[in-house]
Ligand binder design. Structure first.
Ligand code: ZN
Ligand code: ZN
Length: 284
């Protein structure tokens, strides 16, 4: 029989996304389709990553790459063990790797540069620079067919690159780190307050909301507010603030302590279709 030389149409919709944990205690975000998936950051322990994925019905076998945004501990803490145990390739910039002080297996290390697009199966991951107090910090946008998911945390300011990418998203993880008043009146020492709000630390609720209200694309079905501060923010406050402006975008506040449900992003469904455990496994 002759081999089929025609290109196989890639029907890769929809994408499934979840935050396995989000905050200064650890970050790990999952984006995948029915064939393959990537993790962005590995900031919780390997054991906890496995446990949470299992609860959601997500298989580690589908995870074909881990992309690292920057070297802060809350983004890499579980990386060495997770990548080694499951032999998952790591995509990281040379300076981030150097500053991480991690010893990763050479054959699992893949480097990327700003504005590079990396293909993982039918997923395309574009890597673009962001402003944050790390060596070579990057944000990512994962595309599959027409569907695009942004992973935007640890942002000193809303830069032009972020605006451009946010405007293309069907769903986005977006940092809403602190409430300005809670930070100002909180117990943090002055230098730390300045580190957070000084332009190379984190985004305030107000900055995130400004991006959302001014640059929201019509197709944005889900916004997952991420990397909330424990001391300087409040999940209810964030939820209410964004819901006031949500229209038909589903607002989710990603937890610092547990996984969110899995959300299906298909470019059409705007209501939250949450899939968990056996239900999810039976679909993909
Ligand atoms: Zn962080
Ligand atoms: Zn950071």
């Amino acid at each position: 029989m002759l081999p089929n030389l025609l290109p196989v149409p890639m029907d890769c919709n929809p994408l499934y996304i979840t935050s396995l944990n989000s905050g200064s205690n650890g970050n790990c975000y999952y984006v995948g389709n029915s064939e393959e998936a990537i993790l962005v950051d590995a900031g919780i322990s390997c054991k906890e990553t496995e446990k949470r994925m299992l609860r959601l019905g997500l298989s580690m076998r589908k995870v074909k790459a881990i992309f690292i945004s920057h070297e802060h501990g809350d983004h890499i803490r579980g990386l060495a063990v997770l990548s080694k145990k499951f032999q998952i390739p790591v995509y990281i910039t040379p300076r981030t790797l150097n500053n991480s002080k991690l010893s990763l297996s050479e054959d699992l290390i893949n480097t990327f540069t700003s504005h590079q697009i990396v293909q993982i199966g039918s997923l395309m991951i574009s890597c673009f620079p962001k402003i944050h107090d790390a060596a070579e910090p990057h944000s990512f946008m994962v595309s599959c067919g027409d569907i695009k998911i942004g992973i935007f945390t640890d942002l000193g300011i809303v830069c032009e690159q972020l605006r451009l990418h946010f405007q293309q998203c069907h769903a986005a993880f977006l940092e809403a780190n602190y409430d300005e008043d809670l930070l100002q009146n909180g117990r943090y020492p002055y230098y730390l307050k300045q580190r957070i709000r000084g332009g190379s630390g984190h985004l305030s609720n107000k900055q995130a909301l400004e991006l959302f209200t001014n640059c929201r694309p019509e197709k944005l079905s889900h916004l997952l507010l991420s990397h909330l501060s424990k001391d300087n923010n409040n999940p209810q406050l964030v939820e209410e603030l964004f819901n006031t402006h949500a229209n038909d975008t589903t607002i989710v506040v990603a937890s610092r302590d547990m996984e969110t449900p899995v959300f299906m992003i298909d470019g059409v469904t705007r209501k939250p279709v949450t899939l968990q455990g056996d239900l999810f496994s039976s679909l993909v």
